[in-house]
Design a protein around this ligand. Sequence first.
Ligand SMILES: *[C@@H]1O[C@H](CO)[C@@H](O)[C@H](O)[C@H]1NC(C)=O
Length: 340
Amino acid sequence: MPSPPPLPLALFLLCPALTFLARQSAAEQKLSPPAPRRPSSSPPPPASSLSARGSRSLRPVLSYFPLFLSCLENLASPDNPAGRIPLCVAENKLVTKGLLSPRMEKALPSACANHQAFTYSDMAGLPELREAAAAFFTAHFKGAVSSSDVLVGSGGSGLLSTAFTLLLSEGDGIIIPAPYYAAFDNDTSVLAGCVPVPLLSENPAAGPTEQELDACLSRSAAPIRMLLLTNPNNPLGVCYTVEQLEMMIRWARSRGLHVLVDEVYALSGFGEGGVAFSSALEVLGGAAGLGEDVHVLYSLSKDFGASGLRTGFLVTGNEQVGTYRARSTRSVKLVDSVPW
Ligand SMILES: *[C@@H]1O[C@H](CO)[C@@H](O)[C@H](O)[C@H]1NC(C)=O
């Protein structure tokens, strides 16, 4: 039976593709870094922006992890016989440094040029992939993004679950302008235990008015903690205007709510008539303008047609969310230099 191409190979092919697209677009549009265009919204709430369970998840997962890191700083070698040998990480070194490496290098030369795919590395995603994604967002979403703002996850749904779990508590309500993507009902509730609160508005294609947002907020039985937007809209196939986006973000901020903007269809517009796509990244002047409370979701499933790769990106300025993904792996990539 033919086996599918291994994921590391796919990812290594993808990084150059994203980088290429970013460069091409920058060249075509002669993009200078976009001028910050901060809406006159109130600053994000000062309190911890994570929910109680989100804060709990920042605890180290392994009691021996600090010992492991100190061990990496003093590795045993012929020149350092008194150094340490870490025995607490199970990685198959036969693939990169032993029996299997000649065959691996023949089968997957591009993946083998860099061993990061074969060793525990930053849990926020392979550095090359995050760099390529950041360049891609900067070029196509027209707001400066750096790799440290990008978290890689297993598709849009996985990242949504992570974001809902870290930012919200069980029972918290999430306002979602209706009609919306049918899977949001389960994406919000099954793992994260949150409550989807549909917002019915007079003109869904234009987006809710401030009065409609307020009415939804005060009518909801569940305490509202987030506004979940989809732009370009699924299923309506239209985009919000910059003014509409600014108003909704300003509204949410003034009420201490998180905003998560699902932009998975960002580049799938035909550009004919209607409102052109503007990313929240453009509207807020890049990732720096996202603050602790606005988050942008993207995935390879739609514009790239690569739904099987299960690869998504969360662009967030919320350091605590970033810390959650990266916390246990600060320098684990050094493991690859362990001489065994
Ligand atoms: C959500 O999941 C339940 C249980 O699997 C299923 O019955 C329901 O149809 C799902 N909802 C949607 C909108 O897909």
